[in-house]
Design a protein. Structure first.
Length: 408
């Protein structure tokens, strides 16, 4: 018997296995909750990808689940300070993808591998942009809900007889969607009047004014809420298709004998109604570096004539406050704030806002979550639906996923 072909085949198989080992690696994601975690966002430092797959390119990789299904992914430039094994700078920051953990599914394995072809362009599910054509608005959205807030041009005084709109507020607006595709550009392009009517995609029916809107902040001194003006500058750090990250900077405002400024970093993920916000407050001139921050929900968010009935559900143990707004013709509007228990300080209110209080230290980010839902989008038909969703979001925030890596 000629053993040469057998030996060659064995050598080829071993060589192929060795080659494939350097062309892919596995990621194991675990968590401790029994509940489902839909659209769980998994973030892998690109330095880890680069170490396992030297020379990997963002457009020539595939991310697969354990069944071999190809997953949508995103590569960001967030924190691209890492070095490759040769000490060269790594161009990218993070690999981002998502997985729907079913109830009871506490572990999932994924594979990242190099491919010879160019990966497809994945559908855009998160988006943000500066809107100079509408007086410096800044708009953002996931596939579930949209928002905007207001910039310097809107807050500037109007010239005589100009008719320019003026609104001074650091509150956050809500744009209710009934479609999963991006609408921010479409609605601005339709014109200002159109997005106040539901023409099949949703509508802007939320009232902000000088309130905190849906999740705006201020400093609480025990009696009075001290708030800033419209954002002063913006920066987009990542912009979809799965995760959008941006920052809004607010000039300092007076709080007793101190001045307080704020930088808000928003993390907007596909499949989520709530955004993660990390606010860094800088206190100058005061006696203490610690402040009490208030995150607010407008007491009167509904359009005029909607005869709204509003129900609040505070849950101190979870640091959550939800608002359920029943309207005459615009359906039910839901809003929420989550402050993780390590920062949570209780609830209060002022003339315009229901407030969730949080402890913050100058120069250190305060993390919290804010967002909204709409009954006409189909997912939240009842107040119980919304409260259950928010409770699950709070539980997920308190029990993050764990990620381990292995060569394959």
């Amino acid at each position: 018997m000629n053993l040469r072909p057998v030996a060659f085949a064995l050598f080829a198989a071993l060589t192929l296995r060795a080659l494939s080992a350097v062309d892919q690696f596995s990621i194991t994601v675990t968590h401790d909750l029994a509940i489902a975690r839909p659209s769980e966002t998994i973030v892998v430092p690109w330095s880890q990808v680069n170490a396992a797959l030297p020379g990997a390119l963002l457009q020539r990789i595939a991310v697969k689940d354990s069944a071999g299904h190809i997953l949508n992914y995103q590569v960001t430039n967030v924190a691209p300070q890492a070095k490759d094994p040769q000490g060269r700078g790594v161009a990218y920051g993070e690999l981002v993808f998502q997985h729907d953990f079913a109830a009871g599914e506490k572990s999932a394995v994924f594979t990242v591998e190099k491919i010879d072809t160019v990966a497809p362009v994945f559908p855009t599910k998160t988006f943000a942009r500066y809107v100079p054509e509408r007086l410096d608005d800044f708009g953002w959205e996931s596939d579930k809900i949209g928002h905007r807030t207001y910039g310097p041009a809107l807050g500037a005084p109007a010239a005589p007889n100009s008719g320019k709109e003026v609104l001074v507020t650091s509150g956050l607006d809500v744009w209710c969607k009934r479609v999963s595709y991006p609408i921010v550009d479409r609605w601005y392009n339709k014109g200002h009047d159109h997005y106040h009517k539901d023409e099949g995609e949703g509508m802007d029916m939320y009232q902000v004014g000088p309130s905190r809107g849906c999740g705006g902040t201020g400093v609480w001194d025990g009696k009075t809420l001290h708030v800033g003006r419209n954002y002063a500058s913006w920066k987009i750090i990542a912009n979809g298709p799965i995760r959008t990250v941006f920052e809004l900077t607010y000039d300092a405002w007076d709080v007793a004998d101190a001045k307080v400024s704020e930088v808000k970093r928003f993390t907007v993920d596909a499949g989520h109604n709530l955004d993660q916000i990390d606010s860094t407050f800088t206190v100058t001139g005061g006696a203490s570096s610690e402040i009490t921050v208030a995150i607010g929900l407008n007491k009167t968010p509904a359009d005029k004539g909607q005869d709204a009935e509003i129900t609040l559900t505070p849950v101190p143990a979870a640091g959550t406050l939800t608002q359920w707004v029943s309207q005459k013709t615009n359906g039910e509007l839901a809003t929420a704030v989550i402050v993780p228990t390590g920062s949570f300080q209780g609830f209060t209110e002022d003339e315009r806002n229901q407030l969730v209080l949080a402890k913050a230290t100058s120069g250190q980010p305060l993390r919290y979550y804010v967002g909204a839902g709409w009954s006409k989008a189909g997912e939240f038909k009842t107040q119980s639906d919304w409260n259950t969703y928010v409770a699950a979001c709070a539980a997920r925030a308190a029990s993050p996923i764990k990620i381990t890596f292995a060569a394959k």
